[in-house]
Design a protein around this ligand. Structure first.
Ligand code: SAM
Length: 260
């Protein structure tokens, strides 16, 4: 254990210290010897060390130089550390056909981080992440739920998403002010719905949810007319939170290239 490191708030540092919770997370990841695992934010190695006890090698991405220095002095196995901002990290450069990505993520950047890793979904076998409980609830939410939004639609377009279990703040040092949950994300091998242009789909979904209380007709005004929405059997007076993934795909397929 590293004693002198003071957890840094700006890096979202809340270190896991509860052995049972750590064990539960490792069991959820179920590392196999041959896996190519990438850990985001290894911190002081709470997950890194037990992961390396089961997987032959591990790649870790850590922003905090002091922690990188500390991790480099450990002899836990074949550990390669990139001192980098994960939001700028190019996972394709690892040159591996199949990655498993895991981590107790820095909560302050969780949404951009999720969108960043989704870009690499094609080379990812699965992801096991600890996130703020509220964020996991949004990821797995179904239509007509208060939690259903842009994050649910975009994550579910790319992955099968399953919430595994909750983790209390007491498992961390310092304890975060929020509850946490573990989510398992498995990228679809075939897209669940037909989307002609991913950039337009992303744009449409973001636009549809700009103001949750407003109707599709209002939110989508810059992109589609009420007549166009109606033409594919969707009520323009409905709210985005009522639409399935299929409906979002159908709406986005009405858009044309210059709208990207
Ligand atoms: N895995 C450790 C654990 O469970 O105890 C630490 C988890 S802590 C919640 C998040 C970790 O992500 C910290 O080590 C932090 O320094 C690192 N981190 C924060 N922002 C980062 C970024 N942009 N890129 C890479 N790592 C980052």
């Amino acid at each position: 254990m590293m004693n002198e490191h003071r957890p840094r708030k700006r890096f979202g540092q809340n270190f896991l210290h509860h052995p049972q919770v750590i064990q539960q997370i490792i069991a959820a990841i179920a590392p196999r010897e041959e896996d190519f695992i990438v850990e985001i934010g290894p911190g002081q190695g709470a997950l890194t060390q037990p992961l390396l006890a089961q997987a032959k090698r591990l790649v870790a991405i850590e922003f905090d130089r002091d922690l990188v220095q500390y991790l480099n002095t450990q002899n836990w196995g074949e550990l390669t550390i990139y001192q980098a901002d994960v939001l700028k990290f190019d996972f394709a450069e690892l040159n591996q056909p199949v990655l498993r990505i895991v981590g107790n993520l820095p909560y302050n950047i969780s949404t951009p981080l999720l969108f960043h890793v989704l870009q690499y979904a094609e080379m990812v076998q699965d992801m096991v992440f600890m996130l703020q409980k509220e964020v996991v609830d949004r990821i797995v939410a179904k239509p007509n739920c208060a939690d259903y939004g842009r994050l649910s639609v975009m994550l579910q377009y790319h992955c099968h998403a399953e919430k595994l279990f909750d983790v209390s703040p007491a498992a961390f040092n310092p304890p975060p002010k929020v509850d946490s949950s573990i989510v398992h994300l498995i990228p679809h091998t075939e897209p669940p719905v037909k989307v002609n242009n991913k950039a337009l789909f992303e744009k449409l979904v973001a636009q549809a949810f700009t103001q949750r209380r407003k109707t599709l007709r209002n939110n989508l005004k810059p992109l589609l007319s009420a007549e166009q929405i109606e033409q594919i059997g969707i009520n323009p007076q409905a709210r985005a939170e009522t639409l399935s993934l299929e409906k979002f795909a159908a709406l986005s397929n009405l858009l044309v290239d210059e709208q990207a």
